[in-house]
Design a protein around this ligand. Structure first.
Ligand code: UD1
Ligand code: UDP
Length: 382
């Protein structure tokens, strides 16, 4: 008898939903992997929660969305944004009828996509699952967003063992939790290789490199909602004081949120050793991290990238859901108090031993193969 033929299974229909810069950066390696893999039919919905900052990533990564909900409005409120996200993503789900919905992290888009999928009984895969600060006000509203997604997801892709343990402590079914590493390391490796092959992709920083030649460079980012108001003001005044040092220059790509821009511009515009620049695209930002001596940030993703590049990072937040960098010694929590930021940054600038102790490249967050692992998990029965 002739050998029986195995019918080829239909490709899994995966709808990946995202809307902001960090989600796009952390999901493009997975989208690339899904698109190259015959086991999947990959579809993409962007909410447009961000616009310019999202489009920068779509362009460099070559990711082309099938749906763009164009939801960004200036200084949008969380309740209005969330309502429009659930309705808009719900309509895309009804059209696409996916086997899996993939979301990343803890943004309003990720939370709303998970909820819309749950309303339709479509299983959700959560990339970067299990991050917890233990405080629902820090980061706000992200801690609650990711807890909501954690309650819904059928597949939890935890970046680290610690993230896995946090989910198990919340009684998540262990069979659904897998340590995959964080796709941010896949993204960083991809962009670093692109820039090495085509240095002109990050050529736009030459002028600043020339202007600040011989100075120690501090790369700065700040955008957290819990720092709005007083926190932003104290961060700005700390930078102003640090920039009084003749041996230091700060390069600060300023987030497009008006709550960030207005404060930073009013305190720092025109200060000699500070360059306030527009948000950098990913090749230029990776180049900025590479040329920096020190990183000051309240960003989540930057806390993961800086250790991979061996850059000491002072985290301007009260808590972190990424303690792996702190445990490994490349990151330190300093909050948003001006005195503390100036003191900790000055210590690293003046004390060689303290600097060397923090400036060690290591990758507690991943090995660059996370997207491939997640693809294999998306093939498991759901
Ligand atoms: C969002 C996420 C946050 C994430 C951050 C990454 C939520 C609740 N917050 O915060 O978790 O860390 O993105 O950057 O999901 N804007 C522009 N152009 C852009 C992007 C933003 O003009 O490309 C301005 C708009 O005025 C917009 C405002 O920034 O209304 C706030 O954007 P929003 O997405 O609501 O919040 P973020 O503070 O960016
Ligand atoms: N980033 C960028 N350009 C910038 C600032 C940051 O490409 O001008 C990248 C950075 O490398 C990281 C991601 O944006 O991968 C972090 O995004 P953001 O700080 O907006 O959000 P968070 O990580 O705090 O959610």
């Amino acid at each position: 008898m002739a050998a029986m033929e195995h019918p080829t299974a239909d490709p899994r229909r995966i709808l990946t939903v995202f809307g902001t810069r960090p989600e796009a950066i952390k999901l493009f390696p997975l989208v690339h992997a899904l698109e190259a893999d015959a086991r999947f039919h990959s579809r993409i919905c962007v909410s447009g929660q961000h616009r310019g900052m999202l489009d920068q990533v779509l362009e460099i990564s070559g990711v082309m969305p099938h749906h763009d909900l164009q939801l960004m409005q200036p200084d949008q409120s969380l309740d209005e944004l969330t309502a429009r996200l659930i309705t808009g993503i719900g309509m895309v789900l009804d059209l696409e009828q996916p086997d899996w919905v993939v979301v990343q992290g803890d943004t309003a888009t990720a939370m709303a996509a998970a909820l819309a999928a749950y309303y339709r009984k479509v299983p959700v895969a959560h990339v970067e699952a299990g991050l917890r600060s233990g405080n629902i006000h820090h980061p706000w509203p992200e801690e609650v967003n990711r807890k909501i997604i954690g309650n819904i997801a059928a597949l939890h892709c935890a970046p680290t063992e610690r993230a896995k343990a946090a989910l198990l402590a919340e009684n998540v079914d262990p069979a659904t939790v897998h340590v995959t590493g964080n796709t941010v390391i896949d993204a960083l490796q991809w962009i670093t290789a692109r820039v090495e092959a085509q240095p002109n992709l990050a050529g736009g920083l030459h002028e600043l490199e020339h202007r600040f030649a011989g100075k120690r460079i501090i790369a700065v980012t700040s955008h957290r909602r819990e720092n709005f108001g007083e926190g932003m003001k104290t961060i700005a005044s700390a930078l102003r004081r640090l920039a009084e040092r003749p041996d230091v220059a700060a390069i600060f790509p300023v987030h497009l949120n008006p709550n960030v821009r207005d404060v930073m511009a009013s305190t720092l515009a025109g200060v000699e050793n500070v360059a306030l620049v527009e948000p950098l695209d990913y090749p230029h930002f990776a180049r900025l991290l590479a040329m920096a001596d020190l990183v000051l940030t309240d960003s989540g993703g930057v806390q993961e990238e800086a250790p991979a590049l061996g850059k000491p990072v002072l985290v301007m937040r009260a808590t972190t859901e990424r303690p792996e960098g702190v445990d490994a010694g490349t990151a330190k929590l300093v909050g948003s108090d001006a005195e503390r930021i100036v003191a900790e940054a000055s210590r690293l600038l003046d004390d060689k031993a303290a600097y060397s102790a923090m400036a060690r490249a290591h990758n507690p967050f991943g090995d660059g193969n996370s997207a491939a692992r997640i693809c294999d998990l998306l093939c498991l029965p759901c």
